[in-house]
Design a protein around this ligand. Structure first.
Ligand code: PHE
Length: 471
């Protein structure tokens, strides 16, 4: 048995704190904003089924792998990978897996923060009663006004980045731990209330049917990739966020149990959100494939017409902001931990450096919604023909960087790391549980990820790539 390393950044107070922090990271815009609109764009049921399968077969095992690597390395993902590669006698280049994660976190946060800014703007609008009695068209126009105005978007994005930098600068422990203890349960309660509203408002069964009746003719190879990418995105996998949280995990906590709990909670939030939103979509004759504006154009309709809607609407968007906040912190933490370890700067400076860089990059996303709305840089590739810079950033990170990162994490933890080491770290005995995990991560996960990738690149054959998008 090797002697145990310690993290210089401290550790969680216990198992519950880790579960809450990791759930805080997992539950975010991905569940409430992104899941419904990509399910809507990709035809509903079949997409949801593929997504759920990916969570079970790929997501949970990889989450266990990430936590185990983090807890064993006890450092930022870059240094953890370096140490563990050394320990396993593997190529030192593995540390770049940590580096790629830091980059992915940076790119994701740059647009994540802009969307979180929308949620901030909506807190303000609901509190002011802007939605009261408004029609679907009125609400759509409020949304267009916001996204059409780069200066307003910039202001909200700036505010959100500052909020994120403040928490990260203070250290993760007391701030986040305390916040998520209250916020995660509150979010559940509010979502259930919204489901109640959707249930009473009619078209609930149509919403359920849309979400849960798989029609495989509606899903494409690219849709499957998007579902898989989203499984990584929503569980915060493949870029080191869960790894760095795992590095603060106390010794004796069960990695398998906590990973399963976190994944189930995350999935539950996504389902509750979908069940609240689609009935509202159908009752109001809106388009399920409306894109990134979907929840901002549907939920305010409900708030605008329910008793106490001003209060509930405000609360809902406050919680959405908090859900995004606890995720944003984990997106930037790998970079901050690394700066503290390697550049010998204080957390405050580390947070400012990483935050300012991310903030600046966020301008690309802001412009994608207005001045650059018609700028489609890769329009010569058929599947990207309608993609703005923001869409491309999202696609690159969620559907390519995270699954590739996850694939390499899987490969490292069962092909490179000694079996005895993962056995000891997972601490569940050499029984069926461990063996199932081992087999999934060793064979199923890499093969599944590769198949999905190959399928999509098959679509991007030379004709698709250079032979122009079909009009
Ligand atoms: N899981 C978060 C969400 O669903 C996003 C995220 C991705 C956070 C990757 C950290 C790392 O919103």
């Amino acid at each position: 048995m090797t002697e145990k390393r310690k993290s210089i950044h401290g550790s969680w107070s216990g198992r519950l704190a880790f579960i809450l922090a990791a759930t805080g990271s997992a539950v975010g815009l991905g569940n409430i904003w992104k899941f419904p609109y990509i399910a809507g764009e990709n035809g509903g049921g079949a997409f949801v089924l593929v997504y759920l399968l990916c969570i079970a077969v790929i997501g949970i095992p990889i989450m266990m792998a990430e936590v185990l690597l983090g807890r064993r390395g006890r450092q930022s993902p870059i240094n953890t990978m370096r140490t563990l590669a050394q320990e396993a006698g593997a190529n030192p280049l593995w540390r770049w897996l940590g580096g790629a994660g830091v980059l992915a976190g940076f790119l994701i946060l740059s647009y994540y923060s802009v969307i979180a800014g929308w949620a901030l703007a909506y807190v303000y609008r609901s509190a002011a009663g802007t939605f009261t009695g408004a029609t679907a068209e009125g609400i759509a126009s409020i949304f267009r006004q916001l996204t059409g105005d780069p200066e307003r978007l910039l202001a909200w994005h700036t505010l959100f980045m500052v909020m994120t930098m403040i928490v990260v600068a203070r250290g993760v422990r007391s701030g986040i731990e305390k916040a998520v203890r209250f916020l995660v349960p509150a979010l559940f309660v509010l979502l259930i209330m919204l489901d109640g509203y959707a249930l009473a408002g009619g078209a609930f069964d149509q919403g359920l049917r849309f979400l849960f009746t798989p029609d495989f003719s509606k899903i494409t190879a690219n849709g499957v990739l998007i579902a898989m990418g989203h499984a990584f995105f929503t569980l915060s996998l493949g870029m080191g966020a869960i790894m760095v949280y795992g590095s603060y995990l106390p010794e004796r906590t069960s990695i398998a149990k906590t990973s399963i709990i976190i994944s189930l909670l995350d999935t539950l939030v996504a389902m509750l959100a979908g069940m609240a939103i689609f009935p509202i979509v159908f009752v109001n004759g809106l388009e399920p494939g409306a894109g990134p504006g979907l929840i901002f154009q549907t939920l305010p309709i409900a708030f605008g017409h329910m008793p106490g809607g001003v209060l509930f609407g405000t609360l809902f968007f406050v919680l959405l902001v908090f859900a995004a906040w606890t995720s944003a912190i984990s997106l930037i933490e790998p970079a901050v931990a690394w700066l503290v370890e390697n550049r010998r700067v204080s957390r405050v400076y580390a947070a400012v450096y990483a935050g300012v860089a991310t903030w600046g990059f966020g301008l690309l996303t802001i412009l994608s919604f207005n001045i650059w709305a018609e700028f489609k840089p890769l329009s010569f590739i058929s599947i990207f023909k309608d993609y703005t810079v923001f869409d491309l950033l999202d696609y690159l990170t969620a559907n390519i960087m995270l699954p590739l990162g996850g694939l390499l994490i899987a490969v490292f933890s069962v092909w490179i790391m000694k079996r005895d080491d993962s056995l000891q770290e997972l601490d569940m005995g050499d029984g069926p549980g461990y063996r199932l995990w081992y087999a999934l991560v060793r064979y199923v996960t890499p093969v599944a990820v590769l198949i999905v990738f190959l399928n999509v690149t098959g679509l991007l054959d030379f004709v698709g790539l250079f032979g122009l998008a079909e009009e």
